[in-house]
Design a binder for this molecule. Sequence first.
Ligand code: ADP
Length: 260
Amino acid sequence: QEEIVLSIKIIAYGGDKKLLISRDVTHLERIDTMRRDFVANVSHELRTPLTVVNGFVETLLDMEDRDCDMAKRGLQLMGEQTERMTRLVDDLLTLSRLESDSSVLHEETVDVPALLDLVLQEGQRLSNGQHTLTLHLENQHKLLGNRAELHSAFGNLCSNAIRYTPAGGEIILRWQDVDGQAVFSAQDSGIGIAPQHLPRLTERFYRVDRSRSRETGGTGLGLAIVKHIANRHQAKLDISSEEGKGSTFSLVFPNRRNAD
Ligand code: ADP
């Protein structure tokens, strides 16, 4: 059941006559709640790594005879957390740039097959030999779009496929032509997603399993970024998944974006 929020103003005029004005502000209220939640989430996400770093800095400073192993471990953890924070801040900045009205799409002809070769190599580095990664180029379409943004969208979907697939699993990247529409997809044989989560996956900081996302270095912003990039290219993000079996994330581009 949906709650409706009304703003009511009572205006008195002409002695005991009163005018009651009511306005439906449900939408504004919802936006405000989302904004507040967002700020709260951001602060929370930024604070956790900072607490770890600060804790270790204090411990290292307090140590009388500095145990070398302890110092090394502390410094290693600090390094990991600051890296995580940098990723988070970078993703936040990317997202706010994509969201700002003034951010126009600088279009060019993007050689998608060549770009996907690069995404595959980056994926192989991330997987570190733990998965089988393949790229099926079923068409050679170039696309009208922004190369950096497309790189980010394809890269995010590929790295998610790797991060949510246990070692030994398989990841297939495809560039296909389906009824004249160019389609990119990243298919994995990973943990999959239960259906109730699917509609919320592209919300910022929405994660099915917070600890798994953290463990694998996620910022919780990847799919929100992908969704924005898809919208800017009039593309559709399709997700199909089965828990325990794997997922396929696809970007379907309208045929007028074909550049060849
Ligand atoms: P994160 O940085 O947490 O990966 P994303 O926005 O990229 O953030 O993804 C949001 C959530 O969607 C993830 O936390 C994860 O629960 C789920 N998810 C994304 N991609 C996959 C995938 N290929 N397989 C299973 N779950 C996925």
